[in-house]
Write a protein of this length. Structure first.
Length: 255
């Protein structure tokens, strides 16, 4: 794993009416690593993922790519900088083919018409990486929910981003598809991509992550390898470490 920082987010805060979702969160991403952003549902993980990928603006704080400050007004600007986000929620057109969904905004043209042969060829190259058996000419409405999630991932992968962010990547997947997605993430890491997974599932962290950033109640409370986090709180394993961090930092709800 490369020690060089590809992206650094420093003291990110995000306020919504009546609540502060992020309270000075900092995280750094290195080239060719799988970095997990872990925490319970509602901790602020998805908010951070949306900020890093241009889906929303932070209230305060700074983001740097390779040491240079960046600011994104929308996801298109983030994609140009090499950052893509795979959402939890599916955003597919069921009446279109798999290939048309993957390249919906970048359909290859020939003489003013969609070049379907080239479209299907490009989609096949992306889909082959998942070993899923999904064909580019299938209609999305014919696919299972798990297969549709692979198409959602393929959309972002086709954009050739340097940083790919996955918001709860294994939620709702059957066991086979979960394994296909996990294998794909590790393959992308080997290709030098930086993978970010936002998750509340410790087994996903243990299976995939090189380093972990822990968010509790909108705050960064730990970042490092799993061994560093476990050792830092004197725990015997990652589950116990998370319990101890929650006991230390979780703010009880006000009645």
């Amino acid at each position: 794993m490369n020690e060089e920082k590809l992206l650094a987010a420093e003291k990110i805060e995000k306020e919504f009416p009546g609540t502060k979702a992020l309270k000075g969160v900092s995280v750094d991403l290195r080239k060719g690593e799988v970095h997990a952003v872990a925490g319970e549902n509602g901790a602020g993980k998805s908010t951070l993922m949306n900020i890093l990928s241009g889906g929303m603006r932070q209230t305060s704080g700074n983001i740097y790519i390779e040491g240079k400050p960046v600011s994104f007004s929308n996801t298109k600007e983030a994609q140009k900088a090499g950052i893509g986000l795979v959402h939890q929620e599916l955003a597919l057109f069921p009446e279109l083919t798999v290939a048309e969904n993957i390249f919906v905004e970048r359909l290859p043209q020939r003489k003013g018409f969609v070049h379907k042969e080239e479209l299907n060829r490009q989609a096949s190259e992306v889909l082959e990486q998942f070993h899923s058996g999904i064909k580019p000419t299938q209609l999305v409405e014919e696919l299972s929910v798990s297969e549709q999630q692979i198409v959602e991932i393929a959309k972002v992968v086709s954009e050739e981003c340097r940083i790919i962010i996955f918001d709860e990547p294994t939620n709702g997947l059957d066991i086979l598809t979960q394994k296909q997605v996990e294998d794909f993430l590790l393959l992308e890491k080997q290709r030098g991509k930086t993978i970010v997974i936002s998750t509340h599932i410790l087994e996903v962290v243990e299976a995939l992550a090189d380093r972990v950033g822990v968010i509790i109640d909108g705050q960064s409370v730990a970042q490092g390898t799993m061994e560093e986090i476990i050792r830092g709180v004197g725990a015997k394993d990652l589950r116990e470490a998370f319990i101890r961090l929650n006991e230390k930092y979780h703010e009880p709800e006000k009645i």
